[in-house]
Design a protein around this ligand. Structure first.
Ligand code: HEC
Length: 145
């Protein structure tokens, strides 16, 4: 009887744990190096955001919503690392994480601005977007413009 109670208690605890633990957030799995991500993903998306002129239609604005989403996704991937030789060392540095978070924050600003079709807010988001690029490059990859 005692043993049954203990076994039941164990089951209860296990069951309770499973319920209490939310499903793990989906971490992106990097499929390329940080450098490739910069060149093929980050740069085109940020060029789009920085190049905003005078979007009119929903389709025009969707381009900026998509570009902002790419920046956010890229930021999440940057935090995980990449397939390059130094990527995981970089990604384990708290300063790296902080730069990536600022990139993500600017991406979120840009996404909100695009959702609201607010060109002024897009410019502001674009201004917030640039410093983390420059500062992260100075710290982790001196020489990159
Ligand atoms: C978290 C740090 C970090 C942030 C934020 C970051 N970069 Fe980078 N970037 C790097 C590192 C590190 C490299 C070099 C990677 C390597 O050499 O393996 C790099 C390389 C690049 C390259 C390639 C340069 C070359 O010489 O080939 C470009 C382009 C680039 N980044 C653009 C950007 C832009 C634009 C932003 C902002 C929108 C940005 N990066 C934000 C860390 C960062």
């Amino acid at each position: 009887m005692k043993l049954t109670m203990i076994a039941l208690a164990g089951l209860f605890i296990l069951g309770g744990c499973q319920e209490a633990t939310p499903p793990a957030a989906q971490e992106p799995v990097p499929t390329m190096s940080v450098n490739d991500l910069m060149v093929t993903v980050v740069t085109p998306a940020t060029d789009t955001l920085w190049g905003i002129e005078d979007p009119q239609t929903d389709e025009d604005w969707q381009v900026f919503i998509d570009a902002a989403d790419v920046v956010i996704e890229a930021g999440e991937t940057i935090k995980v690392g990449g397939t390059g030789p130094n990527d995981n060392t970089w990604a384990s540095d708290p300063a790296w994480d902080a730069f990536a978070d600022r990139l993500i924050g600017a991406g979120v600003d840009a996404r909100n601005a695009a959702n609201n079709k607010d060109v002024e807010a897009m410019y502001t988001a674009g201004e917030v977007l640039y410093p983390p690029c420059e500062e992260c490059h100075i710290q982790f990859h001196p020489g990159v413009q």
